[in-house]
Design a protein around this ligand. Sequence first.
Ligand code: NAD
Ligand code: TYD
Length: 351
Amino acid sequence: MAFKKNILITGGAGFIGSHVIRLFLEKHPDFRIVNLDALTYAGNLENLKDVENADNYVFVKEDITDAEAMQNVFRDYQIDNVIHLAAESHVDRSIANPMSFIMTNIIGTVNLLNAARHHWKDDFAGKRFYHVSTDEVYGSLGETGFFTEETSYDPRSPYSSSKASSDHLVRAYHHTYGLPIVISNCSNNYGPNQFPEKLIPLVINNIKHNKPLPIYGDGKYTRDWLWVKDHAAAIDVIFRTGKDGETYNIGGNNEWKNIDLVEVLCDKTDALLGREVGSSRKLITFVKDRAGHDRRYAIDATKLKEELNWEPTVQADEGLEMTAKWYLENEEWLENVTSGNYQKYYEEMYS
Ligand code: NAD
Ligand code: TYD
C-alpha cells in the first residue's frame, strides 16, 4: 500500500513519543509511522505493545547521534516528514552528566536536519520538520507573568540549554536553507508511561512503597502541568495545520507549587490504596535543593488557541486521579522500568 506520508517520529518509545505514535497510528492510517528510538533507559517498547502490529507502523532501533544511520533511515523509508522528540529529558541527569545531553539533543538534532536537507534537496512540497521542545528554554519566571512565543531565551540548566541550542539550529536551517520547520515549546507533561525519575510518577511509586517523598528546597517551585494526551493532540494539530517557520507554546493553564501537588497526590493515592486519606503526607521530606533550580514556569498558549483552535481537555483533578490509578494498576510496568530488567532484555534482543 502506498502511504500518503512517511513520517519519522523520533523518541517514540519514550513517554510523550509513545502517546504521539499511538494517536497517529489510530488517527492517520494512511500515514506510515517510522518510530526511531535508541531505547535508552527512558525508551520502552512496552509502551507501544497494543499498537506494535499496526500495518502502518515500523520500529527502527537507531541512535540519532549516528549521522550515517540517519541518512540511511531517510533513504530506506523515503521519509518526507519528521516529528522529532528523541532527547535526554531529565534536568537532574543533565546536572550530573551534561555531555549525553549535548550529544543527543544538539548533535542528534543536527544529524536529523542534515538528513532532511540532503534527502529533500530543495523540493520542500509536502515536507515538514517538526521539532518538539520545552518551555524551559525561556528560563525562570517570578511570581507573575507567562512565557509567550516572543519571550527571549534564557536557559539555565544543561538540559534546557541543549534544547535551546537545538531550537536555534532548527530555526537556522529554516532561515538559511529554507527547510520547512515548525517548533512547539510545551510545559511539564504528566500521565501514563512517564519514567519514574520525574516528580509525579516518582511520588506515586514512593507512596505505594511507603518511601520518603523528596521535595527539593522549600517546595514552592511552580510548574504548569499538562495531561500528556493533550500534548499529543496539540502536536497532531500543529503538525497538520501549523505554519512553516512558526513557534507555538503549549500549556495546561494548570500551575501548581510542588508541595501542593504532592499533597494532592498523597490524598488521591491514599484513597485508591484504601489507606486513611492524608496518611501519606507524613512521607513528605524536604531535601537539598536542585542546583540552579528554576523557580516558576507558566505558559501563555493563546496563540495556539486562537490560530489553531487547540485547548487542553483534561483538568487537574481528573488527570491526577487517572495518573495515580494508572501507576497503581500497572505494577508490572513500574517494576520493569525501575528494576532495569527491560534494559537487559533489549541488550539481548538487539545485540
Ligand atoms: P523521555 O525521556 O521519556 O523519552 C525520550 C525518548 O528518546 C526515549 O524513548 C529514548 O530512548 C529516546 N532517545 C534518547 N536519546 C536518544 C538517541 N540518542 N537516539 C534515539 N533515541 C533516543 O522524554 P519525554 O518526556 O517523552 O520527552 C520527549 C520530548 O518532549 C523531548 O524532546 C523533551 O525535551 C520534550 N518535552 C518534554 C516535556 C515533559 O514534561 N516530559 C515537556 C516539554 C517538552
Ligand atoms: P521534574 O519532574 O524533574 O521536571 P522539571 O525539572 O523538568 O520541571 O520536576 C518537577 C518539579 O519537581 C521541579 O521543580 C523539581 C521538583 N522535584 C522535587 O521536588 N523532587 C523530586 O524528587 C523531583 C524528581 C522533582
